[in-house]
Ligand binder design. Structure first.
Ligand SMILES: Nc1ncnc2c1ncn2[C@@H]1O[C@H](COP(=O)(O)OP(=O)(O)O)[C@@H](O)[C@H]1O
Ligand SMILES: [Mg+2]
Length: 297
């Protein structure tokens, strides 16, 4: 008799036919239009799209900061709509953490006090446990020596590391990061992203980050591209190979021939690869890029 494998973990977030309208005077802005996708547990997912495409709106919905005009969001098995503000705050504080573009640290608190802060509202975390977690996560982000520094005594990259330690300290299922590298120079941003990815792998924390930087999205292993409030592409990466689809059922190509076939058949994939040197490197050996270009379209 075959032994059953481990049960597959259910998706940690399900977004089902979500629309969001904002009223601006007489006008209605359709920030999200019938968006559906799911986030598997433990992934490193990029929400990519130009400015104004709806990335922050999407993250705010997933983070229960804002609610959809229609559609359904299920977080860790709990449907979000119909919850009271208190229930939402509770779900949020146990499940979700945020990392912001502008770091959002309290200027009067030290690095360790900033990391400790979100745990203060959690009666289930003792003072000893709190102190241990602060030390552990400041060490994780390489800032033990800076524990007593205030934000204005830290560089941008260090501030974002404090924000990441703070996000992790409550041991959330999901960390939502809205353009976490946008206020950092490219090198610093890259090292922050690499660190987030290492933490994602080590702790199996799901990371969802938004970006309009093509280079940054190349580091993800899942991609949701949105334009003008609509999903234009879903991507899954296995090893060096990305497969893009609008559908949820994504076939993973298993060899180079399949990849070449995909690039021939899929103009969207070809366009994205051509636009993005980082993706080109990830998908193809550098020197094979021109042969794709010469196929034209
Ligand atoms: N609170 C709001 N009131 C009115 N319009 C908004 C509000 N928030 C976002 N929008 C509009 O919704 C659209 C998507 O915005 P946003 O989600 O911030 O995009 P992104 O994060 O990709 O730059 C934009 O047209 C923006 O102007
Ligand atoms: Mg935004």
């Amino acid at each position: 008799m075959a032994t059953p494998g481990p049960a597959p973990r259910p998706p940690v977030v399900q977004v089902q036919h979500v629309s969001k309208d904002y009223k601006l005077g007489d006008e209605t802005v359709h920030a999200l239009k019938d968006v559906s996708f799911q986030i598997d547990d433990g992934v490193f997912l990029a929400i990519a799209g130009p400015s104004g495409s709806g990335k922050s709106t999407m993250l705010n919905m997933i983070g229960c900061i804002d609610t959809p005009s229609s559609g359904k969001i299920v977080i860790d098995g709990t449907e979000v709509s119909g919850r009271t503000p208190d229930e939402l705050a509770d779900l949020r504080s146990r499940t979700i953490s945020f990392v912001f573009q502008t770091f959002n640290l309290f200027p009067v608190l030290t690095a360790e006090e900033n990391v400790e802060y979100p745990m203060l509202r959690r009666s289930d975390i003792s003072k000893t446990e709190r102190k241990e977690r602060v030390a552990f996560f400041l060490n994780t982000v390489g800032l033990t020596k800076y524990a007593g520094h205030r934000p204005n005594q830290l560089s941008g990259g260090q501030r974002q590391r404090v924000a990441i330690a703070r996000a992790l300290a409550t041991r959330p299922r999901i960390v939502l990061a809205d353009e976490p590298t946008a206020n950092l120079d490219y090198r610093t941003g890259e090292s922050i992203l690499s660190m987030m990815k290492a933490i994602n792998r080590a702790f199996e924390t799901t990371f969802v980050f938004s970006t309009h930087d093509q280079r940054v999205m190349g580091m993800a292993d899942r991609l949701v591209r949105i334009e003008d409030g609509e999903i234009t592409t879903l991507g899954v990466r296995v090893g060096k190979v990305w497969k893009y689809a609008k559908e949820k059922e994504v076939q993973i190509p298993t060899n180079d021939n399949e990849l070449q076939q995909l690039l021939r058949d899929d103009p969207e994939l070809r366009r994205m690869v051509m636009e993005d040197p980082e993706l080109r490197r990830a998908l193809l050996d550098d020197n094979s890029a021109p042969s794709i270009a010469s196929k034209g379209n």
